[in-house]
Ligand binder design. Structure first.
Ligand code: DX5
Ligand code: ZN
Length: 231
């Protein structure tokens, strides 16, 4: 598997449509693979951000894949809206739901990648059963407490990525929060497949170089390995 980058629009002025379209174009030009949407409801986390209408809007302006991260209570009640909005990955929090397996199944049945997200305080063993069941296509490991961009990476999160990688090698691991070029090397090494970033990408002097560095400077080798394996 070669590494992908998911650009979170959280740190831009996403209510300003011109700024949003420009940000989308910038990350497309910089060769990011996904646009990451941090949906917050003011209950699961203090902050409130946006809903499926923003996903709808962005969908009309890009061909990049849309990666929705629901930081909401009762995700069951909103998942349908994001399915309709055209999300390609929908992740919800393990801590926010009673029947994670049923919700993963509901998402997968629509041919959308289904993801389970875990907070820094939730140990990997709590989702062992879910990860081993194969119902989750994606596990989103938080590298910071959910709620804001620009926070410092919590080091134990890299170990958690490694633990999940051991539980199921077929699951895509997304690491989200506090990711930068420096720590990305270790994160790729321990098994992260999708590196999410907001501030590292949008504050970059050279966005394309930064996205490439997050994917790993051995990207050519990664691709060669990938095709060898699949031939
Ligand atoms: C945090 C969000 C992250 C955030 C990452 O609650 O889930 O996706 O946007 O921001 P950075 O990359 O700045 O830590
Ligand atoms: Zn996120």
């Amino acid at each position: 598997m070669f590494k992908r980058v998911s650009a979170s629009i959280l740190c831009i002025d996403y209510n300003n449509k011109e700024a949003l379209i420009k940000a989308v174009e910038d990350v497309e030009n910089a060769r990011a693979n996904f646009i990451h949407f941090d949906v917050m409801d003011g209950k699961f986390v203090e902050r409130k951000t946006f809903d499926h209408n923003l996903v709808n809007f962005v969908k009309a302006h890009t061909c990049l894949m849309l990666d929705v991260h629901l930081m909401v209570e009762n995700p069951e009640s909103v998942v349908g809206d994001y399915i309709k909005a055209g999300a390609d990955i929908i992740s919800f929090h393990y801590e926010a739901t009673k029947d994670a397996k049923a919700l993963l199944k509901k998402i997968k049945d629509k041919n959308i990648l289904a993801g389970i997200a875990i907070n820094p305080k939730t140990p990997a063993y709590k989702i062992k059963d879910i990860v081993e069941s194969g119902l989750a296509d994606v596990v989103l490991v938080m590298g910071v407490e959910p709620g804001n961009y620009g926070q410092t990476f919590i080091p134990g999160s890299a170990e958690k990525v490694a633990e999940i990688h051991e539980l199921n090698r077929n699951v895509y691991i997304e690491i989200d929060g506090g990711v930068n070029v420096k720590n990305s090397k270790l994160l790729r090494k321990v098994g992260a497949d999708i590196l999410v970033s907001s501030s590292t990408i949008f504050n970059a002097k050279n966005m394309r170089k930064t996205v490439r560095a997050l994917k790993g400077n051995d990207y050519g080798e990664q691709i060669a390995k990938f095709f060898k394996k699949h031939n």
